[in-house]
Design a protein around this ligand. Structure first.
Ligand code: BGP
Length: 464
């Protein structure tokens, strides 16, 4: 059966500055640049962000390929470590302004709406060393200077803005589970980082309301909303799933959409004596500066159960893991290369939650996708990668987006991760997500079968 999507639905793809541009002419190092220089063995194949997919030099040909894949909108990010010369005062680097102006103009000239995010995990490493990074409220204010400079330079042409991509991943990767620099394990500090990230988003939104030049301008936040399905109906497992949801999803979702943190979460953190330091003035800023809309990244659900080990027994003062444990459920569909469960119906559950509990605020799928290793295994005789698994993955997720929209969900688009195979943090180029393949060494770029599918999808706004 033919599934039709609304008029003007965004058919696009998402990427980020640090994962595509390469380090050419950058003013500062972000935490990944630094980490790669000091710990190259953290990176799959020893390949770091130096060249990435060479977007800094290749942006014109890359954007032509994105057009050939039928994308009507593309999200990327402006790198704080490229745009800003003096991090304290927020002065703009001239080459970076030229580059981002050229990129934005090139997107528009090709009929692609540029969607711009500001922070995609890529804090300047010097701010981590000097001030403790996101633990510092001074750093929050420096981020707002960067945000303000971006709005001032580009909001005449860019109408769609986001403050952060997946702030919870910054908390988890940097302060809980050691997969992003600075690789700290400290729950109390993680709580402060989470709060400061929310404050940074709200303050950036306040700055946007001041300097935005475009009447159509909108701003939001991109969250990885991960449904937590309890292992069983036992009260212990139910409570574990409820807390996991509060911590992973509702922390940023409630504050960004409703302007206040969930009281249940604040109660737990208060009782455990790990609540963030906040002021009444800051909480008023958070309350006032809620988002216009949301981006939702979805890759996989979580399965949650009551924790088997109290973190107290691990000699760590406090971790959110005190209340839940995420486990691998047996017998489910998996993307084995990435180790993530495939469960498309979760997207429907997310849609229902936003519709019923968040005032049916407008949102779009800002990332969804399938990272597959060694895709040259699927190279056809025509030289095109036959990624039928990706086409199936997209269709299955869109099936549930369509169903939710038919039931009133306020979803306005779908962005695949990612247009062109890109550098992916510590997995580097192991898993490929793109509609367009990259030969990392030669920088040849070729449309995959999924790009041809996506072009037809975008042109008709429907599939069967
Ligand atoms: C999201 C990030 C992206 C991208 C994607 C794929 O969490 O926003 O930057 O990396 O996940 O995940 P990975 O690269 O870890 O396979």
């Amino acid at each position: 059966t033919l599934l039709e999507f609304p008029q003007n639905f965004w058919w696009g793809a998402a990427t980020s500055g640090p994962q595509t541009e390469g380090r050419f002419h950058k003013t500062h190092d972000n935490i990944f640049d630094y980490d790669f220089d000091h710990f190259p063995d953290h990176y799959w194949g020893g390949i770091g962000p130096d060249t990435a997919s060479n977007f800094y030099n290749d942006y014109q040909t890359d954007i032509a390929l994105m057009k050939a894949a039928g994308l009507s909108s593309v999200r990327t990010s402006i790198q704080w470590t490229r745009l800003i010369d003096d991090l304290e005062t927020g002065t703009v680097n001239a080459d970076a302004a030229r580059f981002y102006n050229a990129v934005i103009d090139e997107f528009i000239a090709n009929g692609i709406k540029p969607v711009i995010n500001l922070h995609h995990f890529d804090i300047p490493v010097s701010l981590v060393h000097k001030y403790g990074g996101w633990e510092s409220k001074h750093v929050v204010d420096l981020f707002v200077k960067f945000a303000q400079a971006s709005f001032t330079l580009f909001s005449d042409r860019v109408t769609d803005w986001f403050t952060h991509n997946e702030p919870m991943v910054v908390v988890e990767g940097g302060y809980l589970y050691q997969f992003h620099y600075p690789d700290i394990i400290d729950g109390k500090r993680a709580v402060q980082v989470a709060y400061n990230l929310q404050l940074a988003s709200s303050k950036a939104i306040a700055a946007f309301r001041q300097v935005n030049q475009n009447p159509d301008g909108k701003i939001g936040i991109i969250l990885n909303l991960t449904p937590n399905y309890p292992a069983s109906a036992s009260p212990e497992d139910q409570a574990a799933a409820t807390f996991a949801d509060l911590w992973q999803n509702r922390l940023f979702l409630d504050a960004s959409v409703k302007g206040a943190f969930a009281a249940e979460l604040v109660d737990v953190l208060t009782n455990d004596d790990v609540l963030w330091a906040s002021t009444a003035e800051e909480l008023a800023i958070i309350q006032k500066n809620t988002v216009d809309y949301l981006g939702v990244n979805f890759y996989h659900p979580n399965r949650a159960q009551a924790p088997k080990y109290a973190p107290d027994s691990l000699a760590i003062d406090w971790l959110p893991d005190k209340y839940f444990e995420v486990f691998d459920k047996r017998g489910v569909r998996m993307n084995a290369d990435r180790g993530w469960e495939i469960y498309p119906k979760a997207l429907y559950d997310i849609a229902k939650n936003i519709q019923e509990n968040y005032g049916n605020i407008a949102w779009f799928v800002s990332e969804n996708g399938m990272g597959v290793a060694r895709e040259d295994r699927y190279l056809g005789e025509d030289g095109i990668i036959q990624d039928d698994y990706r086409i199936r993955f997209i269709k299955e997720h869109l099936y549930y987006v369509h169903k939710a929209i038919a039931e009133g969900a306020n979803c306005f688009g779908y962005h695949l991760w990612t247009p062109i195979d890109c550098f992916s943090w510590r997995n580097s180029y192991k898993n490929r997500y793109g509609l367009i393949a990259v030969d990392v060494h030669r920088q040849d770029k070729t449309l995959k079968k999924s790009a041809h599918f996506f072009k037809a999808l975008s042109a008709s706004s429907s599939f069967d």
